[in-house]
Design a protein around this ligand. Structure first.
Ligand code: ZN
Length: 314
């Protein structure tokens, strides 16, 4: 009898472990490729092959958000870049719209912003249809949803009307600063510091992951389905293996945007109407009126990385 009870509790434990499975959707912004230094289409294509190949070997149903302006060199369309875009779909990944030219909604009138979204569909819409993954997700550049209630609501209804679903971010981070620093080192062939920055990057992302897990626990009493923001850049092409291994060590299952959005948390009220683009967890936290202390202890980008990146960072 005792043995039966033990078995029962063991099985109960196993089933609850499954029901609390950690889920994460991996998203890449600024496709085709984001780099100040490496603009050669062949370089971007070859580097991206590594990124996509590794994502496939880990069975990651990733989604890439596109700025179609990056397909052009002046007024001329660059075939290799169009091929790179198609390669994402060809290998089973999804694409979403990130506006044509990465416009900032904080400083752009609604009509111009909507025009930029429509302009950004020229290639991705027919491509998505060709690969049977209809274009439906929109990611706000800089995560700017609008800096007033009116602006937020206007954009929300325009996106809905155009058939778009907003793609939130729960794990926001300064990965793009690491990437800028990494590119400048790679360009200058500073190989020794490159290795350091790669390993510091993974440690930083791990710290961000556990930070947002604990923010989620504090706010909702559980670890929600996460959506991680990354960019299509050289740093991620070169470290994707280590990054995915780290997420695996934390017992994450890689899921699609559709699967992540099934978490009811994404229906939470959001009345954050300020300029800064922040994690949705923090939007919900502001909405709930949490104390300022709630936001403390967020991992920061190391000073040497900021110096190397030479970017403006608030
Ligand atoms: Zn972006």
């Amino acid at each position: 009898m005792k043995k039966i009870f033990i078995l029962f509790f063991v099985l109960l434990g196993v089933s609850s472990a499954f029901s609390q499975e950690k889920k994460i959707c991996i998203t890449f912004d600024d496709l085709i490729y984001s780099s100040r230094y490496f603009r050669d289409p062949d370089f971007q294509f070859d580097r991206s092959l590594n990124l996509l190949g590794t994502l496939m070997s880990y069975r990651v149903p990733a989604i890439g958000f596109v700025n179609e302006s990056k397909l052009y060199n002046g007024n001329r369309i660059v075939t290799k870049k169009v091929n790179l875009l198609e390669m994402w779909l060809m290998n089973g990944f999804e694409l979403g719209n990130h506006t044509y030219s990465h416009k900032d909604y904080n400083t752009t009138p609604l009509s111009d912003f909507i025009e930029d979204i429509t302009k950004g569909e020229k290639y991705i819409k027919p491509f998505c249809e060709k690969y049977n993954k209809p274009l439906k997700y929109f990611r706000h550049p800089y995560l700017h949803r609008g800096d007033s209630k009116e602006k937020v609501e206007e954009l929300e209804s325009s996106l809905k009307e155009a058939g778009y679903i907003e793609a939130p971010v729960t794990i926001d981070n300064a990965e793009w600063i690491f990437a800028a620093a990494y590119d400048s080192l790679l360009y200058a062939k500073e190989t020794k510091t490159l290795e350091k920055i790669k390993s510091d990057y993974i440690k930083y992302m791990e710290a961000k992951l556990t930070y947002y897990e604990s923010q989620s626990e504090k706010l909702f009493g559980r670890n929600i389905s996460h959506i991680l923001l990354l960019h299509a850049n050289t740093l991620n092409c070169d470290t994707i293996n280590e990054l995915l291994e780290m997420l695996r060590r934390h017992h994450y299952k890689f899921v699609s945007m559709e699967e992540a959005l099934k978490d009811e948390v994404f229906q939470s009220e959001d009345t954050y109407y300020k300029k800064a683009g922040i994690s949705w967890i923090h939007r919900w936290a502001v909405t709930k009126g949490v104390n300022k202390d709630f936001f403390g202890d967020e991992p920061e980008c190391p000073a040497y990385v900021l110096n190397l990146a030479k970017v403006d960072y608030e």
